[in-house]
Design a protein around this ligand. Structure first.
Ligand code: COA
Length: 338
């Protein structure tokens, strides 16, 4: 049975069951990714930025004879932002290829259509069944990135310390666990607005104005995701010349996510990119005792960023693709196929 589902009011047993399904999916599709822990899963699913909405549905098995909660074997949610709905769907490996995934997508697509949104976007992990699934539904590929993973056990820390200090005169680095301090928020947002070397998918919105940046940091904290920032300050102007952001999710604190890394146009060529990323790894090593790996996403055309990441020890892991489709077309197509 597929029904609309609100993580804020769901029972703990339902949250636990969904987590079990997510971990079964990870073990099958991405066995080298860490399983998720039962920490702030409800908040991760429920919290959104101001002005955004996430609507969720679950596919739940009938309860066993003795009562209790029927297992949650499928889940779909759509995050409504701008004119696009960003979709995520999950089906337990034991019940795949029975049409449940298609049914969940249709349920979400109908709502996105009714709400007046234009298109649906989705992140698709390369080399998993999701690729054939979305292609069979008519989604088209918009953008391809490479996910790379750095194993901290292989890092040469003395070399890294050299990189962290190998920066041109006139700049100094600052480390800010939790986010940039309020007095730097405006300069920070300006740096993000000016230029962005995209390290994350287009579907993950980046924040360019100070209020949006504050909201986005708040939202991360509420979802159980700890942000860390290293920035390079240009001493003469007080401008933020470069910044790098890493988030450690409480749901999988052994593997951190690299978010944006930016070096402003006027400050390129001074080793800032390498230095801020090296400093970040050194800080994370002491701030996050459980951390084993960091993952990052890069456009395949971003040669400068790929070169720095390779120097730091990142190894390409797999493709990470973005697909999209016109909502009306999707609903029509799926309804016609029923
Ligand atoms: C992608 C996914 C949702 C598909 O769920 P599903 O219930 O098996 O999908 P359906 O049965 O509705 O399949 C619909 C169509 O998609 C295509 N498809 C789905 N899985 C496929 C596979 N493994 N190989 C080839 N085609 C496939 C087929 O055309 C299928 O139609 P058919 O069975 O009539 O041939 C499921 O595999 C899943 O949860 N994957 C993980 C998703 C994810 O986000 N992973 C990242 C986080 S871990």
């Amino acid at each position: 049975m597929v029904r609309e589902w609100d993580p804020r009011t769901a029972s703990s047993a339902e949250i636990a069951s969904l987590l079990e399904t997510l971990n079964a999916v990870l073990a099958t599709d991405l066995p080298r990714d860490p399983p998720w822990r039962d920490s702030s899963v409800r908040e991760y699913l429920a919290e959104v930025m101001p002005g955004e909405r996430r609507i969720s549905w679950v596919a739940q098995a009938a309860p066993a004879a003795g009562g209790g909660t029927g297992a949650i074997l499928g889940h779909v949610h759509v995050l409504l932002l701008g004119d696009i709905g960003v979709l995520e769907v999950l089906v337990h490996p034991s019940v795949r290829r029975s049409g449940l995934g298609r049914n969940l997508v249709l349920t979400a697509a109908r709502r996105v259509y009714q709400e007046g949104f234009q298109s649906i976007g989705v992140e698709v992990v390369g080399d998993t069944p999701a690729v054939a699934f979305y292609e069979s539904l008519g989604f088209s590929k918009e953008y391809v990135e490479t996910r790379s993973v750095l194993d901290l056990a292989g890092v040469h820390w003395a070399e890294l310390a050299g990189m962290a200090t190998g920066i041109g005169a006139g700049y100094h680095l600052q480390f800010h666990p939790g986010g940039p301090p309020d007095e730097l928020i405006e300069a920070y947002a300006r740096a993000k607005a000016e230029v962005r070397d995209v390290e994350d998918g287009e579907l993950r919105p980046s924040s360019y104005d100070p209020q949006r940046l504050r909201d986005s940091l708040d939202c991360l904290h509420r979802r159980g995701m700890r942000p860390y920032i290293v920035l390079a300050l240009h001493e003469q102007t007080g401008e933020v010349a470069g910044l790098t952001e890493v988030v450690v999710p409480v749901q999988h604190p052994t593997r951190a996510d690299q978010y944006d890394t930016i070096v402003a146009q006027d400050h390129r060529g001074y080793g800032i990119d390498r230095a801020i990323k090296a400093r970040m790894l050194m800080e994370l090593r002491s701030a996050e005792a459980e951390l084993i790996e960091v993952q990052t996403w890069n456009a395949q055309s971003n040669e400068a960023m790929l070169k720095v990441n390779a120097e730091l020890g990142y190894r390409p892991d797999r493709e990470w693709r973005e697909y999209s489709i016109d909502v009306g077309e999707l609903v029509h197509r799926l309804d016609a196929g029923r």
